[in-house]
Ligand binder design. Structure first.
Ligand SMILES: Cc1cc2nc3c(=O)[nH]c(=O)nc-3n(C[C@H](O)[C@H](O)[C@H](O)COP(=O)(O)OP(=O)(O)OC[C@H]3O[C@@H](n4cnc5c(N)ncnc54)[C@H](O)[C@@H]3O)c2cc1C
Length: 411
């Protein structure tokens, strides 16, 4: 086959642009295609991002890419008890993804990558052995044309249709997604804290978030378990759709119910386990397309960038040897599973435990622990916080004991 590029990347979000930047810097000729007319638009995200090494490593986040810095997190139990948690690990930003995504993409262009927007990948070209060898592209719905490359990278986000054509099992089960709704609202007098509200009546198997933005604005959103999004009418009311629950929440909050809505959208995010396989011969899947998302809160920007860097380094090594076999690319999958993958697995465990708790249990937990215990939980250190909770409610050991597999294995 005669190739047009060394790699074609499908999707110009944080994963695809980061992959393209690192691969182009290593000398690969890379084409990124995105079906959107403009990179980063429209925004479908809460835009929260914690301080994150991939951004710190040689990259300075420009002021235009974020709306407000975040000082910490305030978590509310169903009965309204608030825990404030402010540490180095809770600092971050609420981004302006319109400019952030475009900035990441422009960094890739600066390193020599080519980008085509309003260009949808509509099919995978296979070689005589059935391995991907390029992509069929359509600009604005026009007649498809072919672009050939020995490596095809799916950075398609939740849709991941091309990854499926390449043989990856990217179908989502309802139980393993959160369905979301969000408004940008203002004015909302916030304290530069991420606010999270828990409770089965507020957000079944999920939470309401308020992410602070500049000029007294905020992203106010909700995510609920996909299988709980019934939409069934109850007593003349709409069922448990995220929009209805979010509207109910907003009406219950004095400061929010007088604010205006400035943006309005719904979306779906994976909160289950990542794919088992991220690579096959001549192809890779990165970011949310590979279900690399934190299952406790649905955050995927940092993980997408991290996997973009990781995958690009292995792709560049494969390019040196002109060997894009599964075996040659597998280092990315192995490294991800040994690093980010371990953290994601623990977070999945937390999600599965949280969904078994009643509002009364949640109230009890919030009243038993402090902000620093939340930090330990997010770091995967469960023993201390669990001991505090079960000391006064031993019957919770049955559920919370699942958080301590290391203890079970050792005992
Ligand atoms: C409501 C909501 C709120 C969220 N809030 C947060 C948050 O606060 N913080 C956080 O970290 N994460 C959040 N997320 C998750 C986050 O948005 C994603 O995890 C992140 O954008 C993943 O980056 P990515 O590059 O893997 O994919 P994406 O950013 O989804 O990029 C994929 C790109 O691929 C393009 N594409 C798809 N198919 C094709 C095709 N066939 N041809 C060409 N282009 C294609 C799309 O147009 C898109 O631009 C939220 C998600 C939702 C739904």
């Amino acid at each position: 086959m005669k190739y047009d590029y060394d790699a074609v990347v499908i999707g110009g979000g944080p994963a695809g642009s980061t992959f393209a930047r690192v691969a182009a810097e290593s000398g690969m000729e890379v084409l990124v295609v995105d079906k959107r007319k403009e990179i980063g638009v429209p925004v479908r995200c809460g835009e929260g991002l914690r301080n994150f090494e991939v951004i710190r490593e040689g990259l300075e986040l420009p002021k235009a890419c974020y709306s407000a810095p975040v000082e910490g997190t305030k978590v509310y139990s169903p009965d309204g008890t608030a825990l404030v948690w402010k540490t180095e690990g809770t600092r971050g930003w609420v981004l302006e993804r319109k400019t952030f995504d475009k900035w990441l993409c422009e960094l890739a262009v600066d390193k020599g990558a080519k980008v085509r927007v309003y260009t949808r990948a509509v099919g995978i070209i296979k070689d005589e052995k059935g391995r991907p060898g390029g992509v069929r592209l359509s600009h604005g719905g026009r007649e498809p044309y072919e672009v050939r490359a020995p490596l095809v990278v799916s950075a398609e986000g939740m849709e991941s249709m091309m990854a499926r054509q390449m043989g990856f099992k990217t179908v989502h089960q309802l139980y393993d997604v959160d369905t979301c709704y969000q408004y940008e609202m203002g004015p909302y007098p916030h304290e530069n804290l991420i606010e999270l509200y828990f409770g089965n009546k507020i957000a079944p198997r999920g939470y309401v978030w308020i992410f602070p933005k500049a000029k007294s604005k905020a992203n106010v959103g909700i995510g609920i378990g996909g299988s709980l999004n019934t939409g069934k009418k109850q007593g003349g009311m709409d069922g448990a759709t995220p929009k209805r629950l979010l509207d109910d929440f907003i009406s219950s909050q004095e400061k929010l119910k007088i604010a205006s809505t400035l943006d309005d959208f719904g979306g779906v995010i994976s909160v289950g386990a990542p794919l088992n396989e991220f690579v096959q011969d001549n192809c890779m899947v990165i970011g949310t397309a590979a279900k690399q998302v934190d299952p406790t809160h649905g955050g995927g920007i940092a993980l997408a960038m991290e996997s973009g860097v990781m995958a690009a380094k292995f792709a560049a090594a494969a390019h040196q040897e002109k060997d894009y076999s599964r075996q040659r690319l597998a280092g990315y999958e192995k490294q991800w599973k040994e690093s980010a993958g371990k953290k994601v697995a623990k977070r999945l465990l937390v999600r599965k435990v949280l969904e078994k708790l009643s509002d009364d249990d949640l109230n009890h937990i919030f009243n038993s622990i402090a902000g620093k215990d939340l930090e330990a939980i997010m770091a995967g250190k469960f023993a201390g916080p669990v001991a505090k909770v079960v000391a006064t409610r031993p019957q919770l050991l049955g559920v919370l004991g699942a958080l301590m597999p290391e203890k079970k294995e050792g005992s």
